[in-house]
Design a protein around this ligand. Structure first.
Ligand code: 5GP
Length: 262
């Protein structure tokens, strides 16, 4: 068996060359890091859950017309995606004050924001992903103005859709991080959504208890990391043994029987 060529190893994922040109395999690790790599650990089973959750979210976003890099899930830890030229700008979308916004501006965590805030960070681990503005992006040529319009429009659409999706399962979408990439068609390029969307890069709070169901459990030593990720997957109907698994069909048939002849 030939060995795959590793292209890149990040904090939570490894990228391998895909089976066809223009494709990449994303392998989801159990490794967890926080505070710019100063805290490191392992969350057993995290990679499997993030692979499944991100597959689900990207598939739904594709269905509402958001172009994404996702092609298909290959197995428990891997998915096939389109190769992109990553735009070195991380987009943070915030609906509720938390994390670095609360720290920076002295706003109590949990304060709802009167409007959604988009923030940009320069994607550079060595520099600790510093916050930047449109001015820096234009000045250093990290993305064109047209691309930034596309990126911010898409980020808002993703936020609207995901806020509703999570609200429907009793989860508040506090904030999250998105990454985008360019795909080339001859001399022309377009922007598509890349990376992953999972509890690693989102703040997800239970609507009733405000219990954290995301990586803050690891960052803040709260424990129960894997249980929190599992709970998100369960509410999304992704855990086969519980909730909306095979049972759904059974319940549907039972409900039909109970209704009697139509
Ligand atoms: P904050 O700036 O408050 O630390 O993070 C805001 C949101 O973006 C949080 O949901 C956080 O998980 C996500 N985020 C920001 N930077 C990163 C990053 O480098 N990696 C990941 N996985 N998430 C990030």
């Amino acid at each position: 068996m030939s060995r795959r060529r590793q292209i890149y190893e990040g904090k939570a994922k490894i990228l391998y060359e895909g089976p066809e040109p223009g494709t990449i395999i994303q392998y989801f690790k159990d490794d967890a890091t926080a505070f710019n790599n100063q805290k490191k650990g392992t969350i057993n089973g995290k990679g499997v859950l993030n692979n499944r959750i991100s597959e689900h979210v990207f598939t739904l976003l594709g269905q509402i017309g958001i172009p994404t890099h996702f092609i298909r899930r290959l197995n428990m830890r891997e998915q096939l995606v389109r190769q992109v030229e990553i735009v070195p700008v991380e987009v943070i979308v915030r609906n509720v004050a938390a994390g670095t916004l609360s720290k920076r501006l002295g706003i109590e965590e949990g304060t709802p924001l009167p409007r959604t805030i988009l923030e940009y960070c320069y994607k550079d681990d060595a520099l600790g992903d510093p916050m930047i503005t449109d001015e820096h992006i234009a000045c250093f040529g990290w993305a064109s103005q047209d691309e930034m319009h596309e990126i911010s429009d898409m980020a808002i659409r993703v936020n609207d859709f995901l806020s509703g999706l999570f609200a429907g399962i009793g989860i508040k979408l506090v904030d999250f991080k998105l990454e985008f990439g360019r795909v080339w068609d001859g001399d022309f390029s377009r922007i598509i959504l890349a990376d992953e969307i999972s509890p690693d890069g989102c703040r997800l709070w239970d609507m009733k208890s405000n219990e954290k169901l995301d990586k803050d459990r690891f960052r803040r030593d709260l424990g129960g990391e894997v249980e929190a990720y599992q709970e998100v997957a369960r509410r999304l109907g992704l855990m086969p043994d519980e909730g909306a698994g095979a049972d759904t069909v059974l319940n549907f048939a039972d409900a039909k029987k109970a209704r009697g002849p139509e």
